[in-house]
Structure formats: C-alpha cells, structure tokens
Design a protein around this ligand. Sequence first.
Ligand code: HEC
Ligand code: HEC
Length: 309
Amino acid sequence: MPALAAWVAAAWVWALPPGFPAPVVPADNPMSAAKVALGERLFSDPALSGNGRLSCATCHDPARAFTDGLRTSRGAQGDRLPRNAPSLVNVAWAPALGWLDEGVTTLEAQMRKPLFATTPVEMGLAGHEAEALTRLRADAVYRTAFAAAFPDDPEPLSIDNAIKAIAAFERTLFSRRSAFDRYVYEDERDALSPAAKRGMDLFFSKRVGCAECHGGPSFAGPMRAVGFETVAPLHTVTGVSPGRFKVPGLRNVALTAPYMHDGSLPTLRAVVDFYNRGGGPGAELAMPRMSAREKGDLVAFLEALTDER
Ligand code: HEC
Ligand code: HEC
C-alpha cells in the first residue's frame, strides 16, 4: 500500500457495536474518513447512473433502512428487477451478497451488478462511463473529495475509485441502538415490553427455532469477520415463489416491508403467519404451531430490533 494511504488507513478506528467482530476489508481498499464521506455522497448521487436518474439510494433509501418499499425494484429505464431490495444494514459482515449465492463476497464486486447490469438494466452505466465521469468532474466538491480519498492516485476521479468509496461507506452502515441492544448490552430492564421479552424467548427457543437460522449479531446467521471465513447457508423456501435463498438479517426489519426475496409478504405479522402455516424456510425445521398471542409476541420482538437513531 502506498505510504500516504497506509498512514491514513492506520488512523481509521471502527466504532463497532457490542458483539460485532471487526469486518473483513479488502487489502486494496483500506478504510478512511475521507473515503467514507465521498462514498456517502456518491451513494445518493444519480450522476453515477447512465441517464443521470437513479442512485443507489433510490432502491436503498436510508429512511427505509436502505430498502425501497417496493415488492421488487425498478431500474433506471423502468425495468422490473426480479427480487426485493435488501437492507444494507450490517452488510459489512454478510458472508455473501444477494439473495442467491452467486459467489459474490465483496461489496466492490457486488456493485458491478447494479452499475453495469443490462438484463435487466439497474443503473445503466454500461457504455455511459465517460458521461458519468464528466458529470462528476464538473463538480468542484468531487474533484477535491476524490483527491482527498485517494491521495496516492495520479488520477483519483475514476469509476473504480467511486466503487471503492461507496464500498467503504457501506461498511460503516451498522445498526446498534435498538431496544433489544439496550436490554441485552446496557442492562436496561424496561427497554423491552413484556410482549417483546416473551417474543425474544420464543425467537431463541428450541421449540420455535428462529435463531437456528437468524443467529448472530445481525440475525442473519454466520458472519464474515476477521479471523473466521464463512459461507452463506442457503435455505429451501416453500410457498409463493420457491427456491434456495440467503437468510436476511433482521435488524430494522420493521422498516423494510414488504418481505422475502419476492416482496410477497406485506407485514411482519404476515411473515409470522406464513411460517406458522408451514410455509417459508422454517419448513426445514418443522416449525411448531404458535398461538395468536405467541405470534403477536414474536412480532413485538422483531419490532424491538429497530435502531431508534
Ligand atoms: C434499481 C434498484 C437498485 C439499485 C439502483 C441498486 N440496488 Fe442494490 N440491490 C437491489 C436488489 C433488487 C438487490 C437484490 C439482488 C438479488 O439478489 O436479486 C440488491 C442487492 C444489493 C446488495 C446485496 C445486499 C445483501 O445483503 O445481500 C448490495 C450490497 C447492494 N445492493 C448495494 C448497492 C449499491 C452500492 C448500489 C449503487 C451502486 C445499488 N445497490 C444500487 C436493488 C438496487
Ligand atoms: C431454516 C432457516 C430459517 C428459520 C428457522 C427461520 N427463518 Fe426467517 N428467513 C429465512 C430465509 C432463508 C429467509 C428468506 C426467505 C425468502 O426470501 O423467501 C427468511 C426471511 C425472514 C424474514 C423476512 C426478512 C426480509 O427482510 O424480507 C423475517 C421477518 C423472518 N425470516 C423472521 C423469522 C422468524 C420470526 C422465524 C421464527 C418463527 C424465522 N424467520 C425462522 C430462514 C429462516
């Protein structure tokens, strides 16, 4: 790593939530505050799409915990995407990216899909890279910000560096201050309602077994972190549109409706009802029937996973 970048990277401090190990960061894209700030701006800037209309934030809206509220997303030219936009919260630890395991494990590699995909078109950048760079170069803020984020690069303003900056920003998206965290890590006994506490016991119980798949600090199963490499377990899903899908994390899940890879379930209650009818991935574990009160308790627990900030 060139000297200046190495010095800047050494100054980076993770402010990790309790229970989270340090995430894996590619050696050629060390973290820095300047890079994260640039990535945050690019993330919401439609200048990076082919027709200047769509940004990452269009489909991953920070106000909806980085989802879009649609059953399945729409691309810059109106193409319907096949699946629901997942939240990007805690994505730094995701062992694989996307609903299907396509072997994509880094955020840098994943980004090529929304930027350049042609069937369907997402941001439609393929063939329009020069126009996008012209739009970015026209902005004095970007000229300064790219130079600050990539101090050793003779040509800092490039698509590759835009990708690196956005990936660095994505690695800082973690959720930590939910009622659940205050209860577990800050010993705030009243942070959870009695219903949410009962729901938490059910969630982690052997009988209902949600945590068998939705385990770990992100409630997404095994994490990718320094010191341990993991692969994403896929689970066979029965019901509306069957297949094998990755376990999504459940932090801020109350903000990310509609649910499942196809966005087919409108509310958390509908998800719990679906599991209770023997649908969904839980079928693998032969989920027991829950009473109406138990279903309400589970929903109350899921709602307690929302970061209030
Ligand atoms: C047109 C809507 C759309 C746009 C624009 C978009 N995404 Fe996505 N994103 C999706 C959808 C849909 C998926 C799920 C893909 C799949 O697996 O089918 C996804 C998946 C992801 C994932 C994987 C998350 C996980 O946990 O599996 C990441 C990371 C991501 N997008 C980042 C980005 C970034 C960064 C940008 C901007 C460069 C971007 N996306 C632009 C819709 C979009
Ligand atoms: C066998 C593994 C497994 C078990 C057990 C399991 N889940 Fe899931 N869960 C998944 C998978 C895989 C998906 C994605 C399914 C899809 O997209 O069709 C999912 C999706 C979800 C979603 C939707 C998240 C989103 O962002 O769309 C919620 C909510 C959820 N599960 C809650 C629960 C609860 C509550 C329980 C216990 C009653 C539970 N899960 C048990 C594997 C599991």
